[in-house]
Design a protein around this ligand. Structure first.
Ligand SMILES: C[S@@+](CC[C@H](N)C(=O)[O-])C[C@H]1O[C@@H](n2cnc3c(N)ncnc32)[C@H](O)[C@@H]1O
Length: 306
């Protein structure tokens, strides 16, 4: 039996939780919910136990019950490592957050880090870094100072390293950055939120990259503004988005995958307001999700002078 990610501190509660997870994976959501409830009788203040219960209730179409369990998770852990706010938004029980809780993103990728590259590159056909590297190469430019936003384990850095002089990386996940550091590709790696870190680096870069990162942000206006301010005039920003249909009726949407999708025309308009002109955009199948390609786009923007 595998171990729980974060133990309740009680072996029996942990076992009931794992049993519940197994039942939930097998589609028996109602019995799974009973197992999570039993675990919570032993460990009533265990956020992960309430999150399990919430997921089981949601799978059993008990929306109110799921929302009440997610609210309990949030009350127990306001930093929201488990992404309760996102789930409440998806359930229609609260407004969808414009950005996910940073603690949730950091914990998610700290957990993924050991298996990230094998899963994404070997099994899921991950295409974002080569797509962005091709857009950058087409310009024929080289860049003295570049920054890889949400650099993760360094796949994007590896794809552009020969076109850039100095390369910085920023990421919320310390475990992802440990792997990037081991590759020796980056001159500097900073743990933090991209918008916050960039705010202290005005006009620093000639190139900014964000491969499969903006899907972890809903409203892109703040990050586009932060990137524009961190670039010198004429600087480039290459990034991917998960695309939302143009007739979607809104510029961004949180999907059940807990990633955000964006309407390309909305992104181009938000980028224009932030001070960018679009140079190129190409459709890209970003990776497989449940065997289906995730439709996306790779965009190249140029910061206007002045
Ligand atoms: C799907 S991974 C992609 C990593 C890398 N760009 C690549 O192509 O392999 C997304 C990365 O973005 C980071 N991330 C998401 N939101 C972020 C934010 N607001 N600030 C910094 N990093 C963020 C995550 O921690 C994660 O490492």
């Amino acid at each position: 039996m595998t171990a729980v990610q974060r133990s309740s501190g009680d072996l029996i509660a942990d076992r009931r939780f794992l049993y519940g997870e197994g039942l939930l994976a097998d589609g028996d959501a109602v019995v799974a919910a009973e197992l999570f409830e039993q675990a919570l009788e032993i460990a009533p203040d265990w956020p992960d136990g309430h999150a399990g219960l919430a997921r089981a209730r949601a799978a059993a179409s008990d929306t109110d019950g799921a929302a009440s369990a997610w609210r309990r998770v949030l009350a127990l852990e306001p930093a929201d490592v488990l992404g309760a706010r996102l789930h409440l938004g998806l359930l229609g029980a609260a407004e969808v957050p414009a950005v996910p809780p940073p603690a949730y993103v950091a914990a998610l990728f700290d957990q993924y880090a050991p298996d990230f590259e094998a899963a994404l590159v070997d099994r899921l056909g991950y295409a974002a870094p080569p797509a962005l590297a091709a857009l950058v190469a087409e310009t024929g430019r080289t860049f003295a100072d570049a920054v890889d936003l949400g650099c993760g384990t360094g796949l994007m850095g590896a794809a552009v390293r020969t076109s850039v002089g100095r390369l910085d990386g920023i990421d919320l996940s310390a475990a992802m950055l440990e792997q990037a550091a081991a590759k020796g590709l980056y001159d500097d790696l900073t743990v933090g939120d991209v918008g916050t870190v960039l705010a202290a680096r005005p006009g620093r870069y000639e190139l900014a990259l964000a491969a499969d990162v903006l899907c972890y942000l809903g409203d892109l206006a703040p990050v586009l503004g932060a990137v524009a301010r961190s670039l010198a005039p004429g600087g480039l920003f290459a990034f991917t988005i998960e695309t939302l249909a143009e007739d979607a009726g809104e510029d961004w949407l949180l999907r059940p995958s807990l990633r955000y999708a964006h309407r390309p025309s909305g992104v181009v308009e938000a980028a224009r307001r932030a001070g960018f002109d679009r140079l190129r955009s190409v459709a890209v199948a970003l990776r497989l999700d449940g065997g289906t390609p995730v439709e996306g786009a790779a965009l190249l923007m140029k910061r206007r002078a002045g």
